[in-house]
Design a protein around this ligand. Structure first.
Ligand code: SF4
Ligand code: SF4
Length: 75
């Protein structure tokens, strides 16, 4: 799935952690991934997102912890 399609399906805007500072959503597929303004983890809706399921993603909090590719290396 490309990022454009993911942005249409992404549910970050409904998430309690989400802060709108004009960034594109679908953080799971973005580069570098992390948001510049979202810092506090207040719950993540990614496990219920159609993109997460279709892509077989494993991680959460992409906006804070980085995209799906970057997270396996983080502690
Ligand atoms: S998995 Fe999370 S970051 Fe990725 S599109 Fe869905 S809600 Fe957005
Ligand atoms: S990546 Fe997860 S925690 Fe961050 S805004 Fe999207 S749903 Fe919320």
């Amino acid at each position: 799935m490309d990022r454009k399609e993911a942005i249409k399906l992404c549910i970050c805007r409904l998430c309690p952690t989400y802060i709108d500072c004009g960034e594109e959503i679908a953080f799971c597929l973005s580069t570098p991934g992390k948001s510049k303004c979202i810092k506090l983890e207040k719950g993540c809706l990614c496990p219920g997102c159609p993109v997460h399921e279709k892509m077989g993603f494993k991680y959460v909090y992409y906006c804070i912890r980085g995209n799906e590719k970057d997270q396996p290396g983080r502690k």
